[in-house]
Design a protein around this ligand. Sequence first.
Ligand code: BGP
Length: 460
Amino acid sequence: MEVNYQFPQGFWWGSATSATQIEGAANEDGKAKNIWDHWYEQEPHRFFDNVGPSKTSDFYHTYKDDIQLMKEIGHNTFRISLSWSRLMPQGELNQQAVTFYNSVIDELIANDIEPFVNLFHFDMPFDLQKQGGWESREVVDKYVDYAATCFRLFGDRVTKWFTFNEPIVPVEGGYLYDFHYPNIVDAKKAVQVAYHTMIAHAKAVQAFRQFDFTQSKIGIILNLTPSYPRSNNPADLRASRIADLFFNRSFLDPAVLGEYPEELIAILKEHGQLPSTFEGDKELLKRNTIDLLGVNYYQPRRVKAKEHLPNPYAPFMPDWFFDNYEMPGRKMNKYRGWEIYEKGIYDILINLKENYGNIASFISENGMGVQDEERFIENGEIQDDYRIEFIRDHLKWVHQAIQEDCNVKGYHLWAFMDNWSWMNAYKNRYGFYSVNLKTMKRTPKKSAHWIKSVAEHNGF
Ligand code: BGP
């Protein structure tokens, strides 16, 4: 096969998942409730087709077979998340959960697949949410205990660690736009939650560095949405810059540079939205920057200047500063309603090179959700040519970024297999493998065969 897009030796090929979305076994072997289990009990109608997180894709029972399927398609790396409420229900270590995660990690390594382990993927233990969740500084300290416990238990074998996946999403969902529990709409709380998440992150990094893990890396996974202004007029440019401050730089800057952007602080100050802080926080952030950044990229953000001034009596919201802009002619994933803009992935990597010291990174999620994918079945397999095209076109831009010396080390698809996705449940399918929800049977899609060849040739 002729390879036109050759990737550097040792490039990471793999995929990502998260505990709540794939494990199932929500009430088994001592796992306590997390906010998703609780919210679903309260309001099942808010979940697509009324499907909740109790079973999901059953990885808890099928991981051995699933790992064989990963091996089959050439994965050399794979991301899981650990479930805090499984590992430390009521704060005490659950030995059955330790056994489970040990077996998953060992099984991956035995199959030459390096485990990437994320500590928090939207799944706050419900008990701790009752104590204030990320609004509470005590919960921050509990998270740090949990993180240190994980490093102690698994750090001898796991060498890629992540403190959080997309920490902005619980902020937006839980405290601004009502799509995650606790469904509060309050920007001041949102800012506090965002801030505490980054303090928790920095403290976890600090705890990690107290171990003797010289070969290991710790980082964070951020969903970066490059912000593109409608035009070059100053009002559009300003709107786009502020959206970037709120949605990207509020996490990217403290994680990589160890400090918040001054302009963001000035805006929050002007509107009385600064979070409460502790003495020493600044130094904590400064000292505990990351080694490795996971970049989740799905779609860009198109922004224009606000057309109507916000009501001065309405509570503060980030949306005071910009409107979203539906650019005519943009390419859409018509099945999910998200824009497809492949070059965005390159723009992110160039930005990391130019403004963030070319921090080591990898694409930790990218993918294409499709509703009712069964309609594309032929000869027993989903013919997802659209997904192959999607991945290939993004990879071309990753390749281009590598030619320009961006420090990007791998590509993980969201997701390994179809899985439960929060309020959307099983609406949008993302996997290399489809999952039959009645039988839980996994079947490779056409993209699974394609990625196998990509991994084998280290390119395409
Ligand atoms: C990312 C999350 C994943 C997953 C994915 C797809 O933001 O990290 O957990 O949910 O989005 O989302 P959806 O199913 O809503 O299309």
